[in-house]
Design a protein around this ligand. Structure first.
Ligand code: ZN
Length: 177
């Protein structure tokens, strides 16, 4: 059951759809069982401008128009291969993303990215996955399970690449500071 008292106060958000000019209002979706911010003009114009909510009712990231939301779905589809179900943990994957994007780790959410940044993340992820010997999505396939050495070697290689990237990033940061 959803209890209004446990929610953070509703915030004012502009509808992200081009030309709408409406506001987003927080509502409860019976279908998903979650709160979301949806365009107040939906019943009038059919505008589908929306952004999801955290459990406390605060908006999930920065509202995006249909183009941005599509770019974010694509970014998730490609990027999530890094950690669903493996080869690395979610935290490691987002650590990599934050380094690739130059965004602080705590702010690195796909829901905060614009379309261009989503494309940047897709390209970085594809380049990264392309460097591996096991095709994306095959980390848990029967072949990989029969060849545990290759998988552990690969995880080691990923760790080394994360270390190297971190060092690279830290040295870059020292120069600019
Ligand atoms: Zn709207």
């Amino acid at each position: 059951m959803h209890i209004e008292d446990e929610l953070v106060p509703e915030v004012e958000l502009d509808c992200p759809e081009p030309g709408c000019g409406g506001k987003l209002r927080r509502r409860f979706s019976e279908r998903t069982g979650k709160y979301f911010y949806g365009c107040a003009r939906y019943s009038e114009t059919g505008c589908r401008g929306a952004v999801g909510c955290h459990a406390d009712g605060s908006p999930l990231g920065i509202p995006g128009d249909a183009t941005v939301r599509q770019a974010r779905r694509r970014a998730h589809a490609v990027f999530d291969r890094l950690w669903k179900p493996r080869p690395m943990g979610r935290r490691e994957a987002y650590k990599l993303a934050s380094m690739w994007m130059g965004i602080p780790f705590q702010d690195m959410h796909i829901g905060n990215l614009d379309a261009e940044q989503c494309e940047q993340l897709v390209r970085a992820t594809q380049a990264y996955l392309g460097a591996s010997d096991i095709p994306p999505g095959c980390e848990n396939c029967p072949w990989t399970r029969r060849n545990p050495v290759q998988l552990s070697e690969r995880l080691k290689a990923i760790d080394q690449r994360i270390d190297a990237l971190e060092k690279q990033l830290n040295s870059g940061r020292d120069d600019s500071d």
